[in-house]
Write a protein that binds this ligand. Sequence first.
Ligand code: COA
Length: 151
Amino acid sequence: MVQLRELQLGDVFALPGIYTPETVRYLGRPPLEAAEAILRVRQALAPAAGPPRDHVLGITADGELIGIATLHQRSADTAAVSYLLRPDTWNRGYATLAVRHLLDLARCLGISRVTARHHPDNPASGRVLTKAGFVPTGEHAGFPTYTADLP
Ligand SMILES: CC(C)(COP(=O)(O)OP(=O)(O)OC[C@H]1O[C@@H](n2cnc3c(N)ncnc32)[C@H](O)[C@@H]1OP(=O)(O)O)[C@@H](O)C(=O)NCCC(=O)NCCS
């Protein structure tokens, strides 16, 4: 079962195995080192009051932390999503389920429009978005863009 949960201090040790060179290839950032992992978890545990506010959540499969999903709340009713999973868990439908959970969270927060984009060489991410209910809206700076309007 795929679930989202708050990050915990102990997740510091799992994060470098999630932000690997393969995972961050299209994200425009380097792999995550231990020092940044500590900072990331500390920030997630003490989020800004916001919005804007990032809801940074762990993705678990059968209780094991396998990825990170974030709802980037921009305003009272708009947000964007991002997500990444450990490479050995890809292509099992986990990211799609995680993004659906993020949309459920967005609904609970009263958010009515969620946007997303992905690197043009990363079509798997676009597939995740359309499976989760996003609609393609074009592109921005070469990145395909998507929107999900929430009822
Ligand atoms: C993109 C990513 C999140 C997908 O996670 P995942 O758990 O494998 O996603 P899912 O299994 O839910 O769905 C993947 C879909 O992409 C498809 N896919 C995989 N590789 C593909 C490719 N090269 N081209 C087109 N589709 C591809 C799969 O077949 C699947 O679609 P299907 O169910 O119709 O068969 C994961 O690969 C990842 O973490 N990548 C690195 C970080 C990243 O790119 N994050 C997104 C930032 S916008």
